[in-house]
Design a protein. Sequence first.
Length: 246
Amino acid sequence: MVQTLYEGKAKIVKDQENPQEVSIFFKDDATAFDGLKKDRISQKGFYNAQITCLIFRYLEKKGIKTHFIRELDERTFLAKKLQMIPIEVIVRNRATGSLVKRIGLKEGEILSPPVVEFYYKNDPLHDPLINEDHARVLKLASSEELSQLRKQALEVNNLLVPVCDRADLILVDFKLEFGRYQGEILLGDEISPDTCRFWDKYTGKKLDKDRFRQDLGEIIEAYEEVYNRLSRVINQESAFQSRPSE
Ligand code: UDP
């Protein structure tokens, strides 16, 4: 019997008959500010699922090990069941959001090389920023695993920045989560406008969850725009690569 393993703010994870697999379903629910702001955005689950599948397929093709197996329907994909590491890994190419508030950098300032941060996933503590020593004493991950998280997050950034650029998007920052699977660390969770910040390269228009956080309107239009731009670029690249050589 298929059972709900976990229902989060934006996704439902269900066990499958194969104990090594789960299905991940994307809801239309949106939350921000530690759950204080809530709403339902029609079609958000569809676009987040489609964008996540598109990006995970692309990353797999480029050699990144992820939990993605295959799409099950337009809002659900099948994934390897990971033992999740309770750390949010954030990669930042531009200063914005909590970084600007915390250390006073200029909004939009370019961060090169990028900044990597770890946050402890813990609701009662409101997901605090931690360093590698904190992660070690909390026994969240070994030192070797922590350096792997950092390395893999930067590899994902190196692959996604140019794809976004070709889609006329600035990949400002994003959040990744990882888990253990058969002795390896795999990239898990989702990559979508809920977990990334995308700015239009020419106008700086925000095309991500900040439209919800900041009441900017046209939320679903922005998600659709990100999906259309990224799918054009990624599908163009795979069509080019699969063309038989003459
Ligand atoms: N992020 C996320 N989940 C979280 C916190 C952050 O997906 O629980 C993403 C967020 O969408 C952004 C990046 O991580 O792309 C950095 O977020 P930041 O730390 O600036 O937090 P915020 O300003 O959203 O509080």
